[in-house]
Write a protein of this length. Structure first.
Length: 161
């Protein structure tokens, strides 16, 4: 039973591509610390509950599980963050891919918080919108969330002052 639980947990967890060209292990003064946050939903949302593929400048960066957040040390500069998900769409309940992108400016030595907010467009489908938030909003959102990856050593709650 414990093995089954471990396997299910491993399948649902966030995974980061450490080989991504914008991910860099370096002193904090040389990179931007970017927290990626995926809140839980109020109810079951079908396809929108699946792990969320996230790209940075058109390269796969991670898959982010619902109710988890992580931190990625990124190369400073202008970055397009894109997120793609499947949804039920239209009057015939067809399956459609939905994608949204937003440009962010990251500076060395700074910390950023990006939340993937679910927008439920009802028959127009559900999609995720990447949005920057401040540390206080990030702290509230992640209060009961699971920090994964590098965020386990530097959870958002440790940054709030």
């Amino acid at each position: 039973m414990a093995v089954l639980i471990a396997l299910l947990t491993a399948c649902a967890s966030t995974r980061i591509e450490d080989g991504h060209p914008l991910v860099r292990e370096a002193p904090e003064s040389e990179v931007a610390k970017v927290y990626f946050i995926r809140p839980r939903t109020e109810r079951t949302m079908g396809f929108a509950d699946n792990r969320l593929p996230v790209e940075a400048d058109r390269f796969h960066l991670m898959t982010l599980a619902k109710g988890e957040y992580t931190m990625v040390p990124m190369v400073p500069g202008t970055v397009w963050i894109s997120v793609t998900s499947m949804t039920h769409w239209g009057p015939r309940n067809e399956i459609k891919e939905m994608s949204r992108s937003r440009q962010f400016e990251f500076k060395a030595g700074e910390t950023y918080f990006i939340v993937f907010n679910l927008v439920d467009g009802e028959f127009r489908g559900a999609f995720f919108l990447p949005e920057a938030v401040d540390i206080y909003t990030a702290g509230e959102l992640t209060r009961n969330m699971l920090p994964v990856g590098r965020a386990r050593k530097a959870p958002i709650s440790s940054l709030e002052g």
